[in-house]
Design a protein around this ligand. Structure first.
Ligand SMILES: *Cc1c(COP(=O)(O)O)cnc(C)c1O
Length: 359
């Protein structure tokens, strides 16, 4: 039998929640921060047309899509890179910039995939404590040492939904040595009120910071597996050393392009999400639960005990509602619940209230 490389032997597959119905049934899926609002006709038409033109390999570097992103976000298209999701970019950045045995820094409750990707590369995961479920910039800076290659930060954070300001991130950048890569994962940025968090792409102009975005969340294209990042020029070139050619399918590129060109929908969905999320948070507060203020399409909800959280999760599941347990994040007395439609969230509120009676 072949022997697994030594640094991989202690690793387990990434803990994606198992879909009880194989994803096909009637479950209300509020466990993966997906967005199930129906896609626009323009997006579906683009997807269908692309199906008819997929016999050849796709555009190698997603040039038309990068142009569209550059138009919307006023960025240099040469410094935009697309991939099969932000996850792939996270993984490629580890492949490119982490020496085995070096350190990569993450925040205490940060996105778990950062740790997975770091571990693939044989580097050490160094964890900085948070303050009240918010990333602590000073703590991040203080665990950095001469062996540190990358600092990862999701803003807003998953699973907490909390935010640090762009000026705090700039402060962190200034505290880091020039040769340390800072990765700012903005998977949920489109959900944040524009007055609260403006664009932070200019940070990539410094030569050592990458901003990541995805089509999996507000754009509702998680199944297409496509994301992008804004890179320093040299890094965008270096990425092509390790990125597979033709890796983003033609259908994904064309569909994402149509979605990118409909920014009104993004704005609308952001507003709708905020309204429903705040009403849902208030409703959960009314039944005595502590909710972490969120800037995303999900809420982290605290229960009285680990048993209460576990039994509510299972009870909701028996009612056909999936939410995410937080054991893997060391927050076992919490559940993370994705925001769906108004009526779906009413159903969840009633479900949680009913389940709590039986705890
Ligand atoms: C959902 C999520 C992603 C999405 O990754 P894709 O590979 O683009 O689907 C990235 N980062 C964070 C923090 C997320 O929550």
């Amino acid at each position: 039998m072949p022997t697994l490389r030594r640094h991989l032997q202690a690793l387990k597959p990434y803990p994606i929640p198992v879909k009880p119905d194989g994803g096909q049934g009637d479950f209300l899926r509020l466990d993966a921060n997906e967005n199930f609002y129906p896609l626009d006709d323009s997006v579906l038409t683009a997807a269908e047309q692309a199906c008819h033109h997929s016999q050849g390999y796709p555009d190698d570097f997603s040039a038309p899509l990068r142009q569209a992103i550059s138009g919307v976000h006023k960025l240099d298209p040469e410094r935009i890179a697309c991939a099969r999701g932000a996850m792939e970019l996270i993984s490629l950045l580890c492949t490119l910039y982490l020496e085995p045995g070096s350190n990569a820094v993450v925040s205490q409750y940060s996105y778990l995939y950062f740790r997975t990707a770091i571990a693939y590369s044989g580097a050490n995961i160094v964890i900085a404590p948070e303050r009240d479920l918010v990333v602590d910039i000073d703590a991040l800076a203080s665990v950095v040492d001469s062996n540190t290659c990358i600092v990862f930060l999701a803003n807003p954070s998953n699973p907490c939904g909390t935010l640090v300001s762009n000026s705090e991130i700039s402060e962190l950048r200034r505290a880091l040595a020039d040769d340390i890569l800072l990765v700012v994962d903005e998977a949920y940025a489109e959900y944040v009120d524009k007055d609260v968090l403006g664009p932070n792409f200019s940070l990539a102009d410094g030569g050592n910071t990458v901003i990541l975005r995805t089509f999996s969340k507000i754009y509702g294209l998680a199944g297409y597996r496509i994301g992008w990042g804004y890179f320093p020029e040299k890094m965008a070139t270096e990425l092509r050393i390790v990125q597979q050619p033709n890796c983003v399918s033609h259908v994904s590129q064309a569909t994402a392009l149509a979605a990118m060109n409909n920014q009104e929908r993004v704005t609308l969905l952001g507003q709708e999400n905020r309204r429903i999320r705040e009403a849902f948070a208030a409703a959960l507060g009314d039944i005595g639960l502590l909710v972490i203020p969120s800037h995303t399409n999900f809420l982290l909800v605290k229960f009285a005990s680990v048993e209460a959280a576990t039994s509510v999760e299972q009870c909701l599941r028996s009612k056909g509602i999936l939410v995410r347990p937080m054991h893997a994040y060391q927050l076992p007395d919490y559940l993370r619940i994705t925001i769906g439609t108004e009526s779906q969230m009413q159903r969840v509120t009633e479900g949680v209230a009913g389940c709590l009676k039986d705890v």
